[in-house]
Write a protein that binds this ligand. Sequence first.
Ligand code: ADP
Ligand code: MG
Length: 419
Amino acid sequence: MIYEDTEITDYEEIIETSQTKIFKDSSVLSPDYIPKKLIGRTKEVLKLAKVFKPIDYKGYPFNALIFGKTGSGKTVVTKFLLQKLMERLEATPNIMDHHLQCIYIQCKTNCTINGVLNEIIKHVDPANKMPRKGFALAYYYEELWNVIKEKSVSLVVVFDEIDRLKDDEILYNLSRAGEMQKLPERHFICILGISNDLDYGKELDSRVISSMSPKDHVFAPYNAEQIIMILNERVKIAFCDGVVPQETISLCAAYAAQDHGDARKAIKHLKMAAVYAEENDFSQVLPEHVDVTLESLDVDRIQDMATYLPLHEKIVLLAILKLTNYGNPSTNSQTVTSLYNQMCFEIHKKPLHRTTIASKFGDFKMIGLIKTSSVRKGKGGGWKDIRLSVPSGTAIEDVLYQDYNLEMLRDFKPAPFLN
Ligand code: ADP
Ligand code: MG
């Protein structure tokens, strides 16, 4: 123990005072970690494994598209399965007469065709000098066929968040490569696409669909019990014994279950709460730590975002906040639009058209700021109920008043007829 007036001379002393008693191995809480066992996804793993079944009888695997909301385990199940596939091929080398390589492309960060081709080329042949940009696409394809021949490999290419890909053409060309005799005999390129967007498959070009003929896999969201089990497994490895009580785990799971069963969020809530507990010298991660960090997380994020909104969006947001911050749990799109118009008038700005304002509600909903529901039919067309999805509206209001245009609206109250 070091007291206020003790001189610190030794690094060990510093460490001792701040020594963590919460975490044992926090790396297993990172989104990239692949757990030793998967919870509640046996059916999905078995079904997805069938994609590779033909390899057993010298055939070509199928292509597949995997859909499901965020945090439903799409990425982890795919990586887990590929890990098992590779382990099996290593243990039983006579299954294939050449090597198989699995390549994982995150389309969020690599979405151009030349970028993706380059990443595949470099994966197959790390010494390859092909630059990432600057050549016609045909060169990248040629180079890919060359390195595949040279290294004599078949490929499984995972396109995660495939909907971010700028152009479907690459899926067409890769899935047709065998047929077009670009690959050595009995070699293949298998494509697995992962998407949070359930409608992605419908948007694909029919040429791509027919050359890929993908098998569709849909992952249902997790329920609270499944998330509890996922967290329990992770807690055993990540934390020191007895540090995380069951109530904390249940609370994280309950929040995540409300949020469409997002396991990633559940793990993130737990990690944030644990960091808070550690920083504040608690010996356990308690449910109230989850609440504290959740609020600050959401408010911080929304405050940041609110600062950079264009002026008219700020006014719409301010109208929503004014109507929901003072005891009213919800308001509606008509009332918000009317208050928006009043406030525009007050600060001498020309209001945007009603339909433009309506589209802003959609934007706010997408970023998780509001929830909208039940379009009601009224005299002037339909309208929506609007509720704030973040805990502290007043903190966000304060950020908006920092914009000099909005300063004078601080004391502006919604006219009484509005509510
Ligand atoms: P998605 O790709 O569908 O958005 P992820 O596969 O990234 O979701 O999963 C989100 C988080 O939850 C990851 O940290 C992952 O390890 C964990 N996870 C998801 N499903 C399971 C599962 N069945 N068993 C164990 N951990 C899981
Ligand atoms: Mg994912």
